[in-house]
Design a protein around this ligand. Structure first.
Ligand code: ADP
Ligand code: MG
Length: 532
């Protein structure tokens, strides 16, 4: 592999090619099975949470070792301990034969351990190159050598075959592209251990393919990779061994070749998951809650019409780019529409912005929880009440602290949000529980129609089940639910009716119990079309 034209800055070392056993400090013995890293008895407490309880884990050189477990199992915490971000309370981490306690991320990086965060950690107002070389910028005399920095950064970006310029500002990049920058940064650190915490959750198929190629290359170079992902189906392509954790405890470590995805899932949840979907307890009423007629946005979608009944779960099915998200965004007032009408309980609405939609009782929960509605740095309490401060303020407009607390407590209980308290910062919750906090916020706002855009993407099986139950409960309470999902089993398992989109048009509206995957696919691919 040729990456030697970019300078490694670790320990101030000069050129250091990745290839060859001499490239890295003594490669203990020749036994490939000898772990480069072993964690034993690792225990970590947070206020009110035992996040890790006597956990073990080991990693070999040139191995991809997957770490699986439901949200909250403790995967990220273990990785943060290994990479110097958190201190353990008990146990030890042995790296290259020696017990090590890294005191910071930089400390671990200098030793060869790099973590790519689940939460992206780039500085938006800096360039890609500045982010890659943050705090270790190449210098020319007293000054940062920008030219060299950008050229070096570009080498890593090019290696990922992403069309990103080192001089681009990070804030102009999509989430997926920022993810690729994080990966470029990790490459530039010449890690001996690379930890990827859910790297593919926002990548496209071709980006994932490229990432996997890179992983294979790194593996061939002897880099040990710890890989956390909820997409169990993709593990097959790169992973050697799998360790499963549950509720902060170690469950098992197996060679991937010896087990099936079902085995992994069973170990993760501690039971076998025959039924992926809860039984529906809600039945849609006859009352029409929302009616959309002839909705059009030139070049994006055309003449979209459908109705939503009270207590109904209506699916939006279609291939990527069919316009489902765009339709939802236009109804929510986030995007302009050129024509069409939206009525709620028979009353025509003039929605020009999300504020109008929210006022009317329509909420849209986007795929990206962080961009849409979750203030990760704020408390659970603040997140739940922020869209409806009026409800927790007195007549003077001052916030009534007790009312706010009570409201937050109530919704945390209602949605069974797993958090030590309502003062917990949202960032510290697992993905599924963050999702619930966003839902709580919109419920507290008394929304009558909720659009869920891929609500279960990137969350684990157990949390998915909880979200499905929640959708059912929302419908039972008379809310109109629109479920946008690319997973046909979700459409079939959860919805009452399904609106199928093809290239910006509605090609069919089907009763879920009278259709099947094949038929939905025929409408989604435009082969079949309902007479209008
Ligand atoms: P996973 O990555 O497997 O989803 P985490 O390691 O993020 O799980 O979380 C394990 C548990 O520790 C969860 O209950 C989570 O809420 C809690 N936790 C994680 N980080 C913090 C933190 N900084 N403060 C408090 N609790 C935390
Ligand atoms: Mg995690």
């Amino acid at each position: 592999m040729s990456i030697n034209n970019a300078t490694s800055t670790r320990d101030g070392a000069g050129l250091r090619p990745l290839t060859g056993a001499t490239a890295t400090a003594p490669r203990a013995g020749t036994d490939a099975d000898q772990p480069i890293l072993t964690a034993r008895g690792v225990t970590k407490r947070f206020p009110g949470v035992l996040a890790l309880d006597n956990v073990q884990f080991d990693l070999r050189r040139g191995e991809v070792h997957a770490l699986c477990g439901e949200n909250g199992a403790g995967k990220s915490t273990l990785m943060k301990i290994i990479s110097g971000l958190y201190r353990l309370d008990d146990g030890e981490v042995v790296y290259k034969g020696e017990p090590r306690h890294f005191h910071s991320i930089q400390d671990a990086q200098a030793a060869g351990i790099t973590l790519i965060h689940q939460e992206l950690n780039l500085v938006p107002h800096l360039t890609v190159a500045e982010n890659i070389y943050l705090a270790r910028e190449p210098k020319k005399g007293l000054f940062v050598d920008r030219r060299k920095m950008e050229a070096d950064a570009q080498v890593y970006l090019d290696r990922l075959k992403v069309n990103i310029k080192a001089s681009d500002l990070v804030l102009t990049l999509s989430v997926a592209r920022q993810q690729m920058v994080e990966i470029a940064k990790a490459l530039s650190l010449d890690a001996e251990i690379l930890i990827m915490d859910e790297p593919t959750s926002s990548l496209t198929e071709s980006e994932i393919d490229r990432l996997f190629e890179i992983i294979q290359e790194l593996k061939a170079d002897g880099v040990g990779i710890i890989y956390i992902s909820h997409r169990l189906d993709e593990l097959r392509r790169i992973v050697d061994r799998v360790t499963v954790m549950r509720d902060g405890r170690y469950v098992s470590t197996r060679d991937l070749a010896d087990i099936t995805v079902d085995d992994i899932v069973a170990a993760m949840v501690g039971r076998s998951l025959e039924d992926k979907f809860p039984e529906r307890t809600s039945v849609p009423g006859d009352e029409e809650i929302m009616s959309v007629r002839g909705l059009t946005r030139h070049g994006v979608f055309d003449n979209v019409s459908f109705t939503l009944r009270k207590g109904e779960i209506l699916g939006f099915a279609g291939l990527m780019g069919a316009g489902r998200t765009e339709v939802a965004r236009a109804i929510f007032g986030a995007d302009h529409r050129h024509g069409g009408s939206i009525a709620l309980s028979g009353r025509d609405l003039s929605i020009a912005s999300p504020i109008d939609a929210i006022e009317a009782g329509i909420a849209y929960l986007s795929e990206d929880r962080k961009l849409n509605g979750l203030a990760v740095g704020m408390s659970v309490k603040a997140n739940i009440t922020m869209a409806n401060m009026a409800a927790v303020s007195n007549r003077m407009g001052l916030i009534d602290d007790r009312a706010e607390r009570e409201a937050a407590e109530q919704y945390v209980r209602l949605l069974n949000v797993k958090t030590p308290s309502i003062s917990q910062i949202a960032r510290n919750l697992s993905g599924g529980n963050q999702q619930k906090v966003v839902i709580a916020k919109w419920l507290f706002r008394k929304s009558r129609v909720l659009f869920f855009d891929e609500p279960t993407r990137g969350i684990d099986v157990g949390a998915k089940f909880a979200i499905y139950q929640l959708l059912d409960e929302l419908a039972r309470d008379g809310i109109g639910v629109v479920l946008i999902t690319s997973e046909l089993p979700e459409i079939l398992g959860m919805t009452d009716r399904v609106v199928v989109f093809h290239e910006g048009e509605v090609t069919g509206i089907l009763e879920t119990c009278r259709t099947n995957q094949e038929e939905i696919m025929q409408y989604a691919s435009g082969v079949k079309r309902m007479p209008c």
